[in-house]
Design a protein around this ligand. Structure first.
Ligand code: GLC
Ligand code: CA
Length: 576
């Protein structure tokens, strides 16, 4: 276990490794990752120097949104394994001193969940009110219209007409993910029991809480302002995020969690003010241990549609501001923060923020990003494959290789709206090649054997393995001291050793206007950590910037023999 600072919660100084079950390790050759596969990799995971694993949804689900559509919280998706496999996994983690957290998806269920099946069965069903049902509206011509103009996060109306009972139900995500009605106290109680306590009693150590700010909707369900006049649906985040009762619900939820001393990390999109974030994570508020704030991963994404953007769409100054906003959460407050650049909803960080143009720059920039992540304050999250510097799927891959509903919806919408205009479709593909959620869902690259060692050679993995697995894989990198993997292990160890600077230190940017180099310090009472990162593919001047001390010790570097200038994507971490 991580050596927590005296008086600090264990999760502050933890490094958490995120696992996407479908793509991690397939033990039985059906092409789908599974829990026995994770079990067989626990020694690898501990070798990274991490303290906790976070498992993306492994619950029973029709998998319309890769398990974020849960049909039964108290069961496991059969291709992943059984409840017993999960019990073994929890045990085996604990035996190794690893903790384990699960994904808690309770803003919505699958339409296959028995609660929704009952709810949709009739208007008088005792569970009718467990979901959000509204009558139709009619326009001047008498045509049926949804209750309002809200756009679903995955595109299209957020309302679905139910023929049988002649009402609309709300789904902020896909049609098959109806939103649960949190206004109903009985429903909330059922959620706590089935989705949380069932697993807490089995010994899980906490949850990553999906879409944590969407449970309370604006009560009058007003139309969203028209930002996209060409469309009949509008982005409505301000009307369904951070609603009036959200903090009441989270306090109530915390009463359950605190009985088990469980940690929580909430997914907090569309919340960009410090004040707004603090209401979720200030210790005095007793809501969540920490949140994922989206400033950094949103960089370069379109406002109306994530993929409707001009690449890269961000500058280094934007990145610095985004990092600062995550670091400010703990500056002089009683709150806690997180550090992450990847998860199962993002393109790979090397492809987005580093360079995958040549093998040399790929390796160097992956290490530079590891240096940045490892020296920022907060609980650290590493996404599977990030530790070996996996990159986005190749540009040559067509839409047929993309499996995510979000990607497919966007491509289909573009093709419909533009009447198959090849130029627009090409633009959509360019954007998807950069930002699609699919990239992080490619099979984990274990070795140079068939199927990247993810699955047996005769299997057909559910997603095509990246063509570059013979060069980028765990087995090769384990043997190589200069690999990205070895570097991450080194940085993880340094983070433990210098926790008061790296995990808890006070962050300050020294070169805010510089669009090529990111220089910052982290301070504890006695020491300063000085970090300089060249985010450009050209050599840049290295400046010690107003740090008067003379005693400089190089703690980490990603090139062999650092010279005066910073090489392309070079990074340095000094103790001064
Ligand atoms: C979160 C998950 C994402 C999922 C969505 C709906 O954003 O991370 O994968 O599609 O919630 O549950
Ligand atoms: Ca399998």
């Amino acid at each position: 276990m991580s050596p927590a600072l005296v008086g600090e919660k264990w999760w502050k100084n933890s490094i958490i490794y995120q696992i996407y079950p479908a793509s991690f390790k397939d033990s039985n050759g059906d092409g789908i990752g599974d829990i026995p596969g994770i079990l067989s990799s626990l020694d690898y995971i501990t070798s990274l120097g991490v303290d906790v694993i976070w498992l993306c949804p492994m619950y029973d689900s029709p998998q319309i949104d890769m398990g974020y559509d849960v049909a039964d919280y108290e069961n496991v998706y059969a291709p992943y394994g059984t409840i017993q496999d999960m019990e073994t996994l929890i045990d085996e983690c604990h035996k190794r001193g690893l903790r384990i957290i699960l994904d808690l998806v309770v803003n919505h269920t699958s339409d296959q969940h028995k609660w929704f099946q009952e709810s949709r069965s009739s208007k008088t069903s005792p569970k009718r009110d467990w979901y959000i049902w509204k009558p139709a509206k009619y326009d001047a011509n008498g045509n049926r219209q949804p209750p309002n103009n809200w756009r679903s996060v995955f595109g299209g109306s957020a309302w679905e007409w139910d023929e049988k009972t002649e009402e609309y139900y709300l789904h902020l995500f896909c049609v098959e993910q109806p939103d649960v009605n949190w206004e109903n106290a009985e429903t909330r109680k059922a959620v706590y029991e089935s989705a949380m306590e069932f697993w807490l009693q089995k010994g899980v150590d906490g949850f990553r809480v999906d879409t944590v700010n969407m449970y309370s909707k604006h009560p009058d369900y007003a139309n969203a302002p028209i930002l996209d006049p060409k469309s009949d649906t509008q982005p409505a985040f301000s009307l369904f995020c951070n609603g009036p009762r959200i903090h009441e619900y989270l306090s109530e939820m915390n009463n359950v969690l605190s009985k088990y001393d469980a940690m929580t990390v909430g997914e907090l999109p569309n919340t960009h003010t410090l004040e707004g974030v603090l209401r979720y994570v200030s210790a005095a508020e007793k809501q969540l241990s920490m949140v994922f704030q989206f400033d950094l991963v949103d960089l370069g994404q379109g406002k109306d549609y994530k993929y409707l953007t001009t690449l890269p769409g961000w500058t280094l100054r934007d990145l610095k501001a985004a990092v600062k906003s995550t670091q400010d959460i703990i500056n002089g407050t009683d709150a806690w923060t997180t550090v992450f650049m990847e998860n199962h909803d993002q393109g790979r960080s090397v492809s987005r923020f580093g360079s995958d143009k040549t093998p040399e720059l790929r390796v160097r920039s992956a290490k530079m990003l590891a240096m940045m992540q490892s020296t920022l304050s907060g609980t650290q999250f590493i996404y599977q494959g990030q530790e070996i510097g996996m990159v986005n799927a190749p540009k040559e891959w067509t839409i047929d290789e993309y499996k995510d509903i979000d990607s497919i919806n966007y491509y289909q919408m573009t093709s419909k709206v533009t009447n198959n205009d090849p130029v627009e479709l090409e633009k959509a593909m360019t954007s998807l090649q950069h930002l699609a959620r699919d990239h992080s869902r490619l099979p984990m690259q274990w070795n140079a054997e068939a199927n990247a060692g993810f699955s047996s050679s005769s299997a057909k993995p559910w997603m095509r393995p990246h063509d570059n697995y013979p060069e980028i894989n765990v087995k090769l990198q384990e043997k190589d001291n200069s690999s990205v993997l070895s570097f991450w292990k080194q940085m993880n160890a340094l983070r433990k050793q210098y926790a008061d600077l790296m995990v808890f230190g006070l962050f300050e940017i020294l070169d805010e206007p510089n669009q090529s180099v990111f220089t910052y310090t982290k301070k504890s009472q006695d020491y300063t950590l000085f970090v300089a990162l060249n985010f450009s593919d050209k050599a840049q001047k290295f400046e010690k910037l107003d740090t008067a001390q003379s005693d400089w010790k190089l703690l980490a570097s990603n090139i062999e023999d650092p010279q005066e200038e910073l090489q392309a994507f070079e990074g340095r971490v000094y103790l001064v």
